[in-house]
Design a protein around this ligand. Structure first.
Ligand code: C2O
Ligand code: CU
Length: 477
């Protein structure tokens, strides 16, 4: 089967979405539900990802929708969600970016037994941080997420900033066949050894987007979640100057996005304030230019009439910080260097696999592995042997050195880390993040306090890379 190019599918999808006047409003999340006291079912479903003129697509989904319900709770409230597994295989829910007790983290064989078909598991923890988060399985996530299992979790502030509209865009990227089905090449070796399983159909809230209606002159809070299994986004907003108010759910000093562009590698989130132009009829094109020479229009914001107010980035109020994010003690912090190797065009020729030295070719061809951290290509069999053991309450610097030709968004569970430097340059505001992108042949230095006891995953959020060995366990306490 020849795959359509991303451009073809996007172009087709856009044209169709434009004609499908009766469809929902793409880009506007459907009603949120409380994340307290509900059951979420993972199972097979059919949904209309591509618009009205295409057949529905077989997916795996939470509660029959892609993305799953937006789960909302207030800060301090309990998230109490029972996962019910209607899939034919094991699954779990991982609460990406939440600082929670280890037993609630949703990593099979590490923090809990996998939830077998027909079984349930009750997740209960306090939402201590307000912000934009998301949830997805941690069992064979390179396939389960790629088939549609993901959703957003919003923890509301006591006093949210005053805006006219709160928009949530869960970005995803599906690899579709010409027939409109999800391609089933989840363990494709080319994807494994390159940039991961890039799709050809970018969706916002499970729809190929075209236009999102907004009101002229209004102020929008835009919550962005990158739930794609491999694709990064670098979103430009034309003449708008988005103000960034939070990254990965943690407030940052309000600042204009550098060059007006917002970068989201897989797993990352950003909360923006956008002041829509006051002239009714004006259209703002949101363009993704993450990959050189492959810019495309993701979606347009179309300003309707009814211009109420016009505000300015300078008056965007900062979010109140979340409690208890401990400042690292830089004087005493111990540094761990994490050498990241593997994939095509790298200098890595072998790695340790389950305790044995193995050549890259054999790793790829026989074991589906291609990546390593500090020379170890981690498998699930050896995962329980920690990559590092950290003292509870102590400060650490992680120095990621990427000796590969690809970017790797590295995600640490259960903590947020301050991003100090990327490629040796200071990152403005040293934001707290749970996922830090390490550029190709580049470097990222982060610092944090290991204050959450337990065994926590550290892995690349390009899920084919994670599955291909770029993961490990950080033991705290
Ligand atoms: Cu969002 Cu370990 O993942
Ligand atoms: Cu990676």
């Amino acid at each position: 089967i020849t795959r359509p190019t991303r451009r073809q599918v996007l172009a087709g999808g856009v044209a169709l979405a434009g004609g499908a006047a009766l469809g929902g409003l793409p880009g506007i999340a459907r009603a949120a539900v409380s994340g307290n006291g509900r059951t979420v079912e993972a199972g097979a479903a059919r949904v209309g990802l591509l618009g009205a003129n295409w057949p529905e697509t077989d997916v795996w989904a939470f509660d029959g929708r892609v993305p799953g319900h937006v789960l909302r709770v207030r800060r301090g409230e309990e998230v109490d969600v029972t996962l019910s597994n209607a899939l034919a295989e094991d699954t779990t829910i991982h609460w990406h970016g939440l600082r929670l007790p280890n037993a609630m983290d949703g990593v099979p064989h590490v923090t809990q037994a996998p939830v077998a078909p027909g079984e349930t598991f009750r997740y209960r923890f306090a939402a201590q941080d307000a912000g934009t988060f998301w949830y997805h399985p941690h069992s064979r996530s390179y396939e389960q997420v790629a088939r549609g299992l993901f959703g957003a979790l919003v923890v509301e502030e006591e006093t949210p900033p005053a805006v006219d509209r709160d928009l949530l865009w869960v970005l995803a990227d599906f690899r579709m066949t010409r027939e409109g089905a999800i391609a089933e090449d989840f363990e494709n070796r080319h994807d494994l050894t390159h940039a991961g399983r890039l799709g050809n159909t970018v969706t916002i809230n499970g729809q190929v987007p075209d236009r999102v209606p907004v009101r002229a002159g209004e102020r929008v809070r835009l919550r962005l979640v990158n739930a794609a299994v491999a694709r990064g986004f670098t979103l430009g907003f034309g003449s708008l100057a988005p103000a960034v108010i939070a990254l990965d759910g943690q407030p940052v000093p309000v600042h204009a996005a550098p060059d007006g562009r917002v970068v989201l590698t897989p797993g990352q989130r950003a909360d923006l304030i956008l002041d829509i132009p006051a002239e009714p009829g004006s259209v703002v094109e949101v363009v993704d230019g993450h990959y050189r020479g492959q810019d495309y229009r993701l979606v347009s914001l179309a300003a309707g009439p009814d211009a109420p107010l016009r505000t300015h980035v300078a008056d965007v109020p900062a979010l109140a910080p979340n409690p208890l994010l401990a400042e690292p003690d830089f004087e005493r912090a111990e540094t761990y260097v994490l050498e990241m190797g593997g994939g095509m065009m790298s200098g890595m020729s072998s790695a340790i696999v389950d305790g044995q030295d193995m050549g890259l070719r054999e790793m790829v061809m026989r074991h589906g592995l291609a990546w390593a951290i500090n020379g170890i290509a981690m498998t699930h069999d050896y995962l329980a042997q920690p990559l590092m053991t950290l003292g509870l309450g102590r400060s650490y610097v992680l120095d990621f050195r990427n000796d590969t030709a690809f970017e790797h968004p590295m995600h640490l569970h259960g903590h947020h880390v301050r991003v100090l430097r990327v490629n040796g340059e200071k990152v403005p505001h040293a934001p707290w993040r749970d996922t830090v992108n390490v550029p190709p042949r580049g470097r990222a230095e982060v610092a944090f306090v290991a204050d959450n006891p337990g065994d926590w995953m550290l892995h690349c959020h390009v899920l084919a890379h994670q599955h291909g060995g770029m993961m490990g366990l950080v033991r705290v306490g």
